[in-house]
Design a protein around this ligand. Structure first.
Ligand SMILES: Cc1ncc(COP(=O)(O)O)c(C=O)c1O
Length: 421
């Protein structure tokens, strides 16, 4: 499947920073949406079952009937006062710190918050540390401003902060360190408590800004959560959040919270991107928050995703061939599958699509070509009864490819030893 537009005629006019970059990243994932009958573990999309259709319909009618103009009008760049107040209250409840009025702004999705941070901080060649693997939208946002991306690895406890510490001691000087500490996209792991403390200490010591992405923080499968980086060190963290997974992505709404002087920069950067996030979505989300509907939706969403995850992990356990292993998510949408020796994830993704299964090759989640033996599996949107079938088909494909590789290997060895006649 290709999502790459034809290049040619306009090549010479393109900005140097976009030449050769035709955005096959997120577009690759979105393209899977249109394929009929595909069992898709590809997109990180919320299950439509969680969409609050009736409540949104009620709110629309109320807003239209009330004579209120706010929902239909341009909004202040920082966001509508009512939503800022409701969101500040929510951050206080969930993360133990209420931002001041000049620390919070509403964005058009978290992706815009990342874009605004990149636009405000990055000159060509500036170093941004990202987790390996990481959210591909962030790779695109930082690349868009010509940053040099440096990958620091992860394990089952999240970003390898000790390795970051060694590299900082060795002279690495990033402007930004981007992390998704909770139920990471794509790895499905969370940053442990000690590493959180060390990471913010490193930021304070070396003077970089942490960009903390909390896209999946509220989608834990159990109660309780570790402190957010922003709550630990609001002086060195800008946190980006989204309503896409807790409300619905159709409103394209998110936020950024951080030190007041950074927040002012982001507001100013937003003035010449979209000027303000859509007021209608802001009012819908504010009302849903105030009425307790978001919390009710979250109870259902978390239970649904917990069930789907358990089903996918069970299927992986049952069918995956030897040599494959995967992460054990405790929230969010994803598990990260490492393929058996020698398998190539781009080939596997192509063959899987031919067999009606959508997956995303791991290489998309690294800025430097790594990840060839890994795959992201998203359990969030695939219909529950299809999970077993999809994983069984993928496992069968991997087993066949492994057998074929072993056959080729035997043949090659024989030829190397002059055994073939
Ligand atoms: C880690 C992460 N950050 C940010 C986003 C973007 O969120 P939004 O829909 O608000 O732009 C996503 C969406 O998939 C994500 O996975």
């Amino acid at each position: 499947m290709t999502t790459t537009p034809e290049l040619g005629r306009w090549d010479g006019l393109l900005a140097a920073r976009t030449r050769g970059e035709v955005g096959d990243g997120i577009a690759f994932v979105l393209a899977f949406l249109g394929v009929p009958d595909l069992i898709s573990f590809a997109g990180g999309f919320p299950d439509p079952e969680t969409f609050p259709r009736e409540r949104v319909s009620t709110l629309f009618q109320e807003l239209a009937a009330s004579g209120e103009a706010t929902a239909f009008q341009y909004a202040p760049t920082r966001g509508l006062a009512g939503l800022l107040d409701a969101l500040a209250g929510r951050l206080e409840t969930l993360q133990g710190r209420r931002p001041a009025d000049d620390e919070l702004l509403i964005t058009s999705g978290a992706i815009e918050a990342l874009e605004l941070v990149a636009k405000s901080f990055l000159d060509p060649g500036d170093v941004v540390v990202v987790e390996g693997p990481t959210y591909l939208g962030s790779i695109q946002a930082f690349r868009g401003f010509e940053a040099t991306l440096v990958v620091v690895g992860m394990d089952e406890h999240g970003l390898d902060v000790e390795d970051l510490q060694r590299r900082l001691a060795g002279g690495l000087r990033p402007k930004l360190v981007y992390s998704i500490p909770d139920h990471q996209n794509p790895a499905g792991v969370s940053l442990d408590a000690e590493r959180r403390t060390l990471l913010v200490e490193l930021a304070q010591h070396y003077g970089f800004l942490i960009v903390e992405d909390v896209a999946y923080r509220e989608l834990s499968f159990s109660d309780g959560s570790l402190p957010s980086l922003w709550s630990l060190a609001p002086d060195v963290v800008v946190q980006t959040g989204t309503t896409s997974k807790t409300f619905f992505p159709g409103v394209r709404l998110g936020w950024a919270v951080g030190p007041a002087d950074i927040s002012a920069r982001l507001v100013s950067a937003k003035q010449n991107t979209d000027q303000c996030a859509g007021a209608l979505g802001q009012r819908l989300f504010e009302e849903s928050l105030r009425r307790g509907w978001i919390d009710e939706q979250l109870v259902l969403s978390r239970a649904l995703y917990r069930r789907k995850c358990a089903r996918m992990l069970g299927a992986l356990e049952r069918w995956m061939p030897d040599g494959a292993h995967w992460t054990q998510p405790e929230g969010g949408f994803f598990s990260w599958l490492t393929l058996p020796d020698g398998a190539d994830s781009v080939d596997v993704a192509r063959l899987a699509a031919e067999r009606g299964v959508g997956i995303v090759p791991g290489t998309l989640f690294f800025p430097d070509g790594r990840g060839a033996d890994t795959v992201r599996l998203s359990f969030s949107m695939v219909a529950e009864p299809q999970i077993d079938d999809g994983i069984e088909r993928l496992a069968a494909l991997l087993a066949t490819s492994a057998a074929e590789r072993a056959g080729t290997e035997t043949m090659r060895t024989r030829m190397d030893h002059g055994w073939s006649s």
